[in-house]
Ligand binder design. Sequence first.
Ligand code: PLP
Length: 386
Amino acid sequence: MIPYGRQDISDADIAAVVDVLRSNFITQGPAVPAFEQTVATYCGTAHAIAVNSATSALHIACLALGVGPGDVVWTSPITFVASANCALYCGATVDFVDVDSTTANISIDALRAKLEAAKVSNTLPKVVIPVHLCGTSCDMRAIRALGDQYCFRIIEDASHAIGGRYLDEPIGSCRYSDITVFSFHPVKIITTGEGGMAVTNDDELAQAMNLLRSHGVTRDPALMTGESDGGWYYQQVALGFNYRITDIQAALGTSQMARIDEFVQRRHEIADWYDEHLVDLPITALARPDDSYSALHLYVIQLELDDTSRSHRAVFDSLRAQGISVNLHYIPVYTHPYYKQLGFQAGMCPMAEAYYARAISIPMFPTLTRNEQTAVISALKQACAA
Ligand SMILES: *Cc1c(COP(=O)(O)O)cnc(C)c1O
């Protein structure tokens, strides 16, 4: 089986983890701030808060922006469920903005139209969470302009996108957003096993997220009320969680960061080769706009079923049967039973549903070999043959 995604762990990565295991701290030690500093420097952001998953990062990002009951958060329907669940964790309601047909990222036209309608009905969002699908940036300049006009805050879900760039700056620079979130799950661009991070240029948001990831507890006298009782003293000043990442994971993350540009470059070589070899097939790849250097977490193909008698499902099943472990990113979030029970109905985002009806993610990871890519293409030819 050729998987759709896989981590690349080097001897140096293993040595970095072993070093931590032999050191005094396997959690709450120096490897965590070192990892945060590495990512903050790479992205050009003032602050980085490492946590145990991107899901946790999205949750504390929403809380730091004050999302709570009565608030509305908007995101893309073509994403992993965590991008929407984070709003529900805070007691807010969530809604979905349809996607662009060429990138499957949030559609600026759909966003503008939905904002105009929400203004009339007094249901404007407090926060919008654009998702950089496959590692390709959304049109952040346009989203930020709308944010300024309609007074919403922005969290970039860049779970797919560390190592990518937008308008010649790293994704994560937060030039057009309040907070950017990364995931370090093994299929993503770099890995810590499980792990995530929130980056921001805002001192107060950073301080709030820092407290929330560790029980809302502080030892910083500047954050306490009243006097310290003594050297042992700490205070709980907010209701936080244990969302901490370990030093074991952070050391792996820092070591992986040394190869991030290499990883993304390799993903581009793989994508360019796919682009060339898909031309004779009834397939369109997702667009990678010129203003963006995609991190290429995924390579999504869209089947042009009009020209073939095979169904989407038949092509998918045939690829799996031929040993290509394809996947589908993603099922429109609001069509899941949990969301249907909240009142969402099929048909609300027609572009997202049209995308879902013909998308397939084919293998994409740095160690994918040319021979494996050739096998993917010939399996696709077989699968698409009527
Ligand atoms: C992977 C992913 C997440 C969740 O990441 P975890 O680190 O597994 O919590 C959130 N959003 C998107 C778009 C993702 O792909």
